[in-house]
Design a protein around this ligand. Structure first.
Ligand code: ATP
Length: 249
């Protein structure tokens, strides 16, 4: 990944990288998404916040082709990708760090990272070095089975594995879940660092306060619909958001 200022800092409005319009999805009789509309511009960190069961994970899975959209569109770089195979979507530059980390517990840390690059046939060296710089513990424990890492270290590995596909847009599902606060801080710091290097990020978080602090913009999802959006700092100050999602007043 090349170092440099994010597109956000450049003159003019950066192009829309990801656009969801009227997205709907269901699990049998359960309508998980009804009308999701959002945009992520190149260079942004955008977060999606909402209560349990609002449809945050389903939104990410519908983008990455794991869950089929029943209505609406997902466009990446101006091209419609819903209906495409999940591996083609990864190859197009969109990677997901799944909820609950889901590393391969019986493979080593190094093998897990290599699995993230399974669509590539070029030299993995520079990307491995980049991941090791970001999370040195993954180099120290390269030969250790992933299942023996702590929750926070597994989250770092899951992020590293996603980075090995060389994404331009990284989607993260609840990276802070079940992780010691010190490691959560390190993980959010790494997300900022990656964004400074030019990576665009779509983040789903239960921890709305941390997500809003980190994000340029955010969307609120309520029972399968995006209802509210704005700059992260503005939503942090919004009374309704503070009451509903930040546990205040
Ligand atoms: P959480 O923060 O609890 O992960 P979420 O906002 O990510 O919640 P989703 O996991 O996307 O929400 O769930 C959206 C809705 O779809 C919920 O009503 C949930 O119960 C339902 N749902 C999710 N996964 C399945 C599934 N595999 N089968 C049936 N219903 C599901």
């Amino acid at each position: 990944m090349s170092a440099g200022s994010p597109a956000f800092a450049s003159v003019g409005t950066p192009p829309v990288m990801l656009r969801l319009q009227g997205l709907a999805a269901r699990y049998g009789a359960i309508e998980a998404l009804r009308d999701v509309n959002l945009e992520v511009r190149a260079g942004e960190i955008v977060s999606l916040i909402g209560a349990n069961g609002a449809g945050k994970s389903t939104t990410l899975m519908a983008i990455s082709g794991i869950v089929r959209a029943t209505a609406g569109t997902v466009e990446f770089d101006g091209r419609r990708i819903n209906g495409e195979r999940a591996d083609r979507i990864v190859a197009a530059g969109l990677a997901q760090v799944p909820e609950g980390r889901r590393v391969f517990p019986r493979l080593t840390v190094r093998e897990n990272l290599e699995m993230g690059a399974y669509l590539r046939s070029d030299d993995l060296g520079p990307d491995l070095s980049h991941v090791h710089e970001l999370f040195p513990v993954l180099e120290d424990r390269a030969g250790q089975l992933a299942g023996t890492l702590s929750g926070g270290e597994q989250q770092m590995l899951a992020i590293g594995r996603a980075l090995m596909s060389r994404p331009r847009l990284l989607m993260m599902d609840e990276p802070s879940m079940g992780i010691a606060p010190m490691l959560v801080a390190r993980i959010f710091e790494a997300v900022k660092e990656l964004n400074r290097e030019g990576l665009t990020v779509l983040l789903v978080e239960q921890n709305a306060r941390a997500a809003l602090k980190l994000s340029h913009r955010a969307y609120v999802l309520e029972t399968g619909r995006t209802t509210f959006s704005g700059p992260g700092a503005e939503l942090l100050d919004d009374d309704r958001i503070r009451r509903a999602y930040l546990g205040e007043g």
